[in-house]
Design a protein around this ligand. Structure first.
Ligand SMILES: [Zn+2]
Length: 236
């Protein structure tokens, strides 16, 4: 930014005014504890519907319903044995890795619930009251960083109590506490006294309906590697 300012002060002012348009940290919402803000889930959805992409819409929706039923069903069964304070598999994994890393940290108590944790040659201040660490990992992920964990283990406390409820049985239950019930074939449905909906009278296009999703103009072509993600230094 200082180099831009040197080059053109007005440009610097402009960039500061629209920071949320070019800087991820301005968009980052700490209350959600997740910095994933991508369209990848659309790709996952496309992968599921691909096999049925050229089917009539009801067949496609039935395939989606069946897939959702299977996915939610397995998680619904998992929730049954989960206590509110139990961690999800993902959180357990992160906690285990950070616990391993925490062995190399050294804690000095500063009194008043404040600690200084040395990690190699770098020191991080930790406030116990709101469990914030200078490295920012706990604030962005909702799971204690290795420095915070070292303090927790030194105090003989349970690290699970310092993990956001988003990663616990309590949130998992709220998400997967219900499931999609199995459905009978339409031929077994009760008959209702309502008019039958006929398909639209549109003209059918010649040939097989396309399976591939139509990409918008600026979207990269599928399977092509991007060669614009390297700077001029990295190329050399
Ligand atoms: Zn930390």
């Amino acid at each position: 930014m200082s180099k831009i300012k040197e080059f053109d002060a007005a440009e610097n002012d402009y960039l500061k005014n629209v920071e949320e348009q070019w800087s991820v940290h301005m968009l980052f919402d700490r209350t959600v504890y997740c910095d994933h803000n991508t369209t990848n889930f659309v790709e996952s959805f496309n992968a599921i519907t691909k096999a049925n992409g050229d089917m009539p819409v009801l067949t496609l929706l039935e395939a989606v319903r069946n897939w959702c039923m299977k996915r939610m069903g397995s998680r619904f069964d998992k929730v049954v044995g989960m206590e509110p304070n139990d961690l999800t598999e993902q959180a357990k994994g992160v906690l285990a890795t950070r616990t391993d890393e925490s062995r190399f940290c050294h804690v000095t108590a500063a009194g008043g619930g404040e600690f200084e944790v040395r990690d190699g040659h770098v020191k991080f201040p930790i406030t116990f009251r709101n469990m914030t660490c200078g490295c920012g990992k706990r604030q962005e992920s909702g799971i204690l960083c290795k420095h915070g964990l070292r303090v927790i283990y030194n105090q003989r406390l349970d690290p699970r109590n310092f993990v956001s409820p988003f990663y616990k049985g309590v949130a998992y239950k709220l998400t997967y506490g219900d499931h999609i019930h199995p459905m009978a074939d339409p031929t077994h449905w009760p008959s209702l006294d309502v008019p039958e909906i006929a398909p639209p009278q549109g003209k059918k296009n010649a040939g097989r309906p396309p399976k591939q999703r139509r990409r918008v103009a600026h979207e990269a072509k599928k399977g092509k590697s991007h060669n614009n993600n390297k700077c001029s230094y990295a190329k050399n």
